[in-house]
Design a binder for this molecule. Structure first.
Ligand code: IVH
Length: 688
């Protein structure tokens, strides 16, 4: 029992401290997931030992007491918290409980994104905004009226017509949209000010400024999701209808809200929002299910800090804390040196990771990451995990020093240099550097370049390491015996020679396949070849433009700066890279050797901008098409002279929107651009 009491006291102190950091200092030192775990442990302990519960235990409260910076506001109705579910089973238990207690089968729910910001309550009297407050500890919050008046999406007057309710409290979340957060931080960094840690802290910190003029400078948005006190209004019978009504009154309600029935409906919503999470304009940390009928909500009632008729279904945490074990650098195809950290493996975004990128030396300096540091890492969607910040309160070994970019390339020993004005440091070894050679081979062989199936990073590495190839042209010399030699040496090095090989049996089907794949790549197109060469800044779309404009490799190699700059979308920087590439004798030699080894590419007459019906027009494809893939549609449009681009801008002539088109469609509509659906596209193509 003494141990239990000690652990309880420990948890209470730890959670109090975390609350203080989160709510008052806007500088949390643990992740949300760690916080949830502590709180769960505390709750479990208190359920098992009710005598430990104290009135002011963090388990009984939803946030933190007001800071004293602002006047206090007592909420007419307390602002509650939500219970969390971290698994489908927990959601199933929630639904079963409701079905059992209300007698409804397949109850309807309002389903909503769980916005990751700061909860506030807005009070309207006779239709006018009179006061706004933070949640505070749930019963008393802070009066942030002046700051809320600067948030443009909050109506100052209700759109009710002649008879507004006497009192209407609307509750919702103040958030900072992701794009605004990024833009704010980019400017802050450029001006040498402190960037915001994440959108949520940005929203909370901005709202709790003492000077409303500062808040007014911050890009905050509001979304409504609940009511507080109401007097003198007839409310609808369900929560989802109430959200509609709030929309009519002028409140923004997330376009992602909807309704769903029963467990299957809830889990389908969770899945669909999860898939769209990265594309949403704001951060969410889960979804919320609310029993839709108000009379049923009343039947279900409340427990101490949360309603029993609602639950938050959390996504796997995207942030986690771990320790930096080493800081290394990677050398890319163009020599760019990227620092990354080796860290103690940790679960984040649903997978275990042990490496995170640090992007560049500036980022390391800004974060001041050192070996031994405790860091918060983040992995959103398929994005490579990155270090977000160092946890300042964690102890740093006394002998640690700021990390420095090595002076020499770890792969070839050449100097690492960083040109003035560039953020990226580069190994100056060029194709002398094995790391760059390996990456050049990987890129050359990749699917959208020469498409040599089976030739990935590992084989490219071994071929270069064992000196079987020097350049990409050498690939075309390789025989089955060379690959077997490579494998034999790699196995010997890794001490992994298979028993069958030791017994004298050599499998060589894989090597035959590789040789065949290389053989098959001998016939290609000019655009693929140009892309495969790996000229800096010449991606797939530029390669295509160049191929079409010049028609042949010889014509491109003969082009001077003026000729290059006439190509649509080629600016001085890309032109310089192209000139530089073809000026280097070793690159010209590689091309000559490719030809000598029988590599052939389609060459044709140059096609200039005025040739097709879509010539000179930039077209963007978005959403899913039913009759073909976006790539296929793009190729057809390009054949008609269009330039296909990935992003919408004023220069876009046409947007083709398939199913579930999102932000690009919205942007095109904002800009008043021409938009076609798939049927219009097909009709146009058929007419050509
Ligand atoms: S309803 C009685 N709906 O989550 C329930 N809350 O963990 C009151 N939140 O304090 C909250 N999105 O800050 C509700 N669609 C949503 C929400 C949401 C985010 C936040 C809110 C609340 C916290 C509870």
């Amino acid at each position: 029992m003494a141990d239990t009491a000690r652990r309880h006291a420990e948890l209470v102190a730890r959670i109090r401290d975390a609350n203080h950091r989160y709510y008052q200092l806007d500088a949390p030192d643990i992740t949300d997931a760690e916080y949830d775990l502590l709180l769960r442990e505390l709750e479990a302990l208190e359920t098992a030992h009710p005598q430990l519960v104290q009135a002011n235990s963090p388990s009984q409260r939803v946030g933190d007491a007001p800071s004293g910076k602002f006047a206090q506001v007592r909420h007419a109705l307390p602002m509650l918290s939500l219970a969390n579910a971290f698994s489908d089973t927990e959601v199933a238990e929630f639904v079963e409980r409701i079905e059992r207690e209300t007698g409804d089968d397949l109850p309807a729910f309002s389903v909503e994104p769980k916005l990751d910001g700061l909860a506030i309550s807005l009070r309207y009297e006779h239709g006018m905004f009179v006061r706004g407050a933070t949640r505070g500890d749930g019963s008393t919050g802070e009066d942030v009226t002046a700051n809320l008046r600067t948030v443009k999406s909050i109506p100052m007057q209700l759109a009710t017509g002649l008879f507004p309710p006497e009192v209407l409290e609307v509750r919702g979340e103040i958030i900072m949209p992701r794009a605004d957060f990024e833009a704010y931080n980019a400017r802050a960094r450029a001006e040498g000010r402190k960037p915001l840690a994440n959108p949520r802290n940005g929203a909370a910190g901005s709202l709790r400024q003492l000077d409303a003029a500062v808040t007014a400078q911050r890009p905050l948005t509001f979304y409504a999701y609940a009511l507080g006190e109401v007097q003198g209004a007839d409310l609808p019978a369900t929560h989802s209808q109430t959200l509609q009504w709030l929309r009519q009154l002028g409140f923004p309600v997330s376009p992602e809200v909807g309704t769903a029935a029963g467990l299957t409906g809830l889990l389908a919503y969770y899945k669909s929002i999860g898939e769209r999470r990265d594309g949403l304009p704001y951060d969410i940390d889960g979804v919320v299910y609310k029993l839709d009928r108000f009379d049923r909500q009343q039947e279900m009632g409340f427990v101490s800090r949360a309603p029993r008729w609602a639950i938050a279904h959390k996504f796997p945490a995207e942030e986690a804390r771990t320790t930096v074990e080493a800081i290394e650098v990677n050398v890319g195809r163009t020599g760019a040196v990227t620092p990354w950290v080796q860290m103690t493996p940790v679960q984040v975004g649903g997978v275990t990771v042990s490496r995170a990128t640090l992007h560049n030396a500036d980022q390391i300096a800004r974060l001041d990451v050192r070996v031994g540091d405790s860091v918060i890492i983040r992995r959103a969607g398929d994005v490579i995990p990155e270090v977000v910040r160092v946890v300042e309160s964690a102890r740093r070994p006394p002998d640690s020093v700021p990390w420095q970019m090595p002076a020499h390339c770890p792969d070839c020993g050449s100097a690492i240099e960083r040109e003035a004005g560039e953020v990226v440091a580069r190994c100056t070894g060029g194709l002398f550097c094995p790391a760059q050679r390996v990456q050049a081979v990987v890129h050359f062989a990749s699917r959208r370049a020469m498409d040599i199936e089976g030739l990935g990073e590992r084989f490219a590495q071994d071929l270069v390491t064992f000196g079987l190839i020097q350049t990409v042209a050498d690939l075309y010399r390789l025989q089955v015996a060379d690959f077997l030699e490579m494998k034999r040496r790699a196995d010997a090095r890794d001490d992994s020679t298979p028993a069958t090989v030791k017994a004298g049996k050599i499998a060589d089907k894989w090597a035959q396949n590789l040789v065949a794949a290389i053989e098959a790549s001998r016939n290609t197109t000019l655009e693929r070849l140009l892309f495969a060469l790996g000229i800096s800044d010449v991606g797939e779309s530029t390669a295509k433009t160049l191929a079409r404009h010049f028609g042949s490799l010889d014509a491109l190699m003969a082009a001077d700066e003026a000729a290059l700059q006439q190509v649509p979308d080629i600016g001085p920087v890309v032109a310089a890279h192209i000139l530089h590439f073809f000026a280097q004798s070793h690159n010209r030699e590689v091309i000559a050797e490719l030809r000598a080894h029988g590599v052939r590419w389609t060459e044709g007459a140059p096609q200039r901008a005025s040739d097709g019906p879509l010539s000179g027009k930039t077209v963007v494809l978005t959403g899913a098409l039913e009759s073909m893939s976006r790539d296929e549609a793009g190729a057809k449009l390009e054949a008609l002279g269009a330039r296909v681009s990935g992003s919408v801008s004023k220069k876009t002539a046409l947007l083709i929107a398939g199913q579930a088109a999102g932000s690009k469609l919205a942007k095109a509509q904002d800009l008043g651009l021409e938009v076609w659906d798939e049927a219009q596209l097909l009709a146009f193509l058929a007419a050509q």
